[in-house]
Design a binder for this molecule. Structure first.
Ligand SMILES: Cc1cc2nc3c(=O)[nH]c(=O)nc-3n(C[C@H](O)[C@H](O)[C@H](O)COP(=O)(O)O)c2cc1C
Length: 192
């Protein structure tokens, strides 16, 4: 199993998938990883719909403004924020912020776990909320936060670049660049 820094450094969005199914035990491991994520007050104000059905995956791709690459991925994980579960304890902040954050962190954990297991994923956030809720049969008070497509990559993904840290990481006060010497290459060095 690769180490966490390795997974983070090597992960790239995958938009071409082979038809190979995601193994049952791997789905369970990915879901367990998602559920291990932190959440506000440990309320886990989110739900996950596991979608493997071909027709439903196609509908989700169509509801994502025609991002048909999604349909190729044998597994979709639909992360829904559940505002009411958080607002019972945290009121408006729970509904508007924490439930979205809970779902986001869980989705991120699932993504990293899938990559660690040798799968590719893509975070899909551009979709019609109402259509997604309808396709997965979810109540209207849920908020779809992300659809994570999962499957074995077909071919290699292009690498993506990032902003220089000096542009957005600050030391002590906003605007003072944080001096850093870290690069993805450093992250991939063996550590003890
Ligand atoms: C909130 C969010 C929404 C995204 N929505 C989409 C999407 O709808 N379709 C897509 O192909 N990629 C989507 N992505 C993936 C980004 O395009 C991708 O992460 C970014 O370009 C960096 O590339 P990388 O993941 O390969 O490093 C989304 C990512 C995030 C975090």
């Amino acid at each position: 199993m690769p180490d966490l820094f390795d997974v983070m450094a090597r992960r790239r969005s995958v938009r071409k998938y082979s038809p190979e199914e995601v193994r049952e035990e791997d789905i369970n491991a990915i879901l367990e990883a998602a559920c291990s994520a932190p959440s506000a007050g440990n309320l886990q104000a989110y739900e996950i719909v596991v979608v493997r059905d071909k027709g439903r995956r196609r509908s989700l791709a169509e509801a994502s403004f025609g991002q048909m690459f999604m349909a190729e991925a044998p597994l979709h994980l639909v992360f829904l924020a559940y505002p009411a579960r958080s607002s019972r304890v945290y009121g408006r902040r729970g509904a508007k912020l924490y439930s979205i954050q809970d779902a986001t962190i869980a989705a991120t954990f699932s993504m990293l776990a899938a990559h660690a297991l040798g799968y590719g994923t893509c975070w899909v956030g551009a979709f019609d909320d109402e259509r997604v809720l309808h396709i997965v049969g979810a109540p209207k008070d849920r908020i779809p936060v992300a659809i994570i497509t999962v499957g074995k990559p077909r071919g290699r993904e292009p690498t993506t670049s990032r902003l220089g840290m000096e542009e957005f990481v600050f030391k002590e006060v906003h605007g003072t660049p944080f001096p850093h010497k870290v690069s993805m290459k450093n992250l991939l060095r063996p550590r003890c």
